[in-house]
Design a protein around this ligand. Structure first.
Ligand code: AMP
Length: 431
């Protein structure tokens, strides 16, 4: 019997896993710089939370939820997105509401039963941020600027921001009706799903990807004609704010997103390296969601970035990653010295030293190999230095594997460790 990762999922192996961690580290650094703090919510929630927030007529809820019943007969769902769980946590914990507005973030896996294809998985990762408690355009500008800063930090300076407004409770119904009329008159040129959407949610048709529907969608009325004055002003202020930060922004009057909770501003960010189809991420305002989930009136805005897409977009720029070589490999000269080799390796890493924020990478054999086999392993791993234990009267033997010559012996593990650190620093300086 052989097992494989379930369809639509994959293992992220080294060195990809290392680049993946680097991307998340950069994102955390930027989120912190903007004052956003991470909340880790559970991977599953009550099914109802997602049905109520994401919306019953969305593809996500209709076709893509991973829902199961637990042993206590509760209906639970693997989270398909991060905003609803964060809002749930915001309402559950007063500590998150102390700051107004609250600046919160999340990183982690999401689950949607989608048809697997390039860049689309059933388990994928997102990095997201939410700003809860402000209705001002400045909040939208901060959010989008934060998004773009994360893109820059991971090496994607070349991005385009598409923004649109979906209107509010006053003007969106007008637009929805206008779209319904328009699409109803052209039902014969739309796919079956769209024919259904005309009844439930005509805005969603704008997001349909079926090629034969595109001509009808292309000529559909845009929201810009029906926006009320307040929404129009809001959109204008966001656009001006982004331009004053010198961000490249375009109004995309037919942009809609796959979740129902958005109001007013919606946006998507595209990286030139991914092509027009694939947004790296997007987001928008959700001024009603907190209230809909039982909280007080709390206008809010957020985004999510697809980490898988960030990874894809940055892969081309990077080229092949190198395997990290050990700074040193400790060789036991004789089988009796195997334990001493492990202890020496541990001490050379410096992991027990609270001042050490960047331990050395030091490895030793755990297979009881002969000294000459250990040397071969060290060389295969690309270890720069081999240290021999036990020491003799002159100290620990040291060999430079790159130059192929012996170095001066070191009297103690402490002196050896500081010598190794100096070498690492010198090598980094030379790069
Ligand atoms: P959404 O939560 O639908 O607004 O999506 C935000 C971003 O998450 C998208 O722009 C993608 O980068 C990413 N994303 C959404 N669904 C998937 C998926 N099935 N596989 C990989 N990335 C995804």
């Amino acid at each position: 019997m052989s097992y494989q990762a379930p369809r639509g999922t994959r293992d992220i192996l080294p060195p990809d896993s290392e680049r993946w961690a680097e991307i998340e580290e950069q994102a955390r650094r930027i989120l912190g710089a903007y004052g956003y703090r991470e909340v880790r919510t559970p991977i599953f929630e009550s099914t109802d939370l997602f049905v109520r927030s994401v919306g019953e007529s969305t593809d996500i809820v209709r076709k893509e939820l991973y829902t199961f019943t637990d042993r206590g007969d509760r209906s639970l769902t693997l989270r398909p997105e991060g905003t609803a769980p964060l809002v749930r946590a915001y309402l559950e914990h007063a500590a998150l509401r102390q700051e107004n507005p609250a600046r919160l973030a999340y990183l982690g896996p999401m689950f949607r039963y989608e048809r697997p294809q390039a860049g689309r998985y059933r388990q994928f990762w997102q990095i997201g941020a939410e700003l809860l408690g402000s209705k001002e355009p400045a909040a939208d500008v901060e959010m989008i600027d934060l998004f773009v800063s994360i893109m820059r930090a991971v090496g994607l300076p070349d991005v385009t921001v598409l923004i649109n407004s979906l209107g509010d409770a006053a003007c969106r119904p007008v637009y929805r009706e206008r779209l319904r009329e328009y699409f109803t008159a052209r039902l014969d040129r739309l796919c079956g799903d769209d024919a259904e959407r005309v009844k439930t949610n005509p805005l969603r048709i704008l997001d349909c990807k079926v090629p034969s529907c595109q001509p009808v969608i292309r000529d559909a009325p845009t929201v810009l004609d029906t926006l009320c004055d307040a929404c129009r002003e809001h959109l204008g202020a966001v656009e001006r704010g982004l331009k004053s930060l010198a961000l490249q922004v375009e109004i995309a009057p037919r942009l809609v997103r796959g979740l129902d909770y958005y109001t007013r501003t919606v946006f998507e960010v595209h990286a030139s390296s991914l092509g027009a189809q694939n947004a790296v991420g997007g987001g928008g305002r959700y001024d009603q969601l907190v209230k809909d989930l039982g909280g007080p009136e709390t206008p809010a805005i957020g985004f999510s970035i697809g980490t898988d897409r960030l990874f894809m977009a940055t892969s081309e720029a990077r080229g092949a990653a190198s395997v990290p070589a050990p700074d040193a490999f400790v060789v036991a000269r004789a089988p009796e010295a195997a334990e001493e080799a492990l202890a020496a390796a541990r001490s050379l890493r410096g992991v027990l030293d609270p001042r050490e924020d960047r331990p050395l990478r030091v490895m030793a054999d755990v297979q009881q190999r002969s000294a000459s086999s250990q040397m071969k392993v060290a060389s295969r791993l690309g270890a720069k230095i081999v240290v021999f234990v036990p020491k003799d009267d002159d100290g620990y033997g040291v060999r430079d594997m790159i130059e192929g010559k012996d170095e001066m012996k070191q009297p103690s593990l402490e002196s050896l460790r500081s010598w190794l650190r100096d070498r690492r620093r010198a090598a980094e300086g030379a790069r």
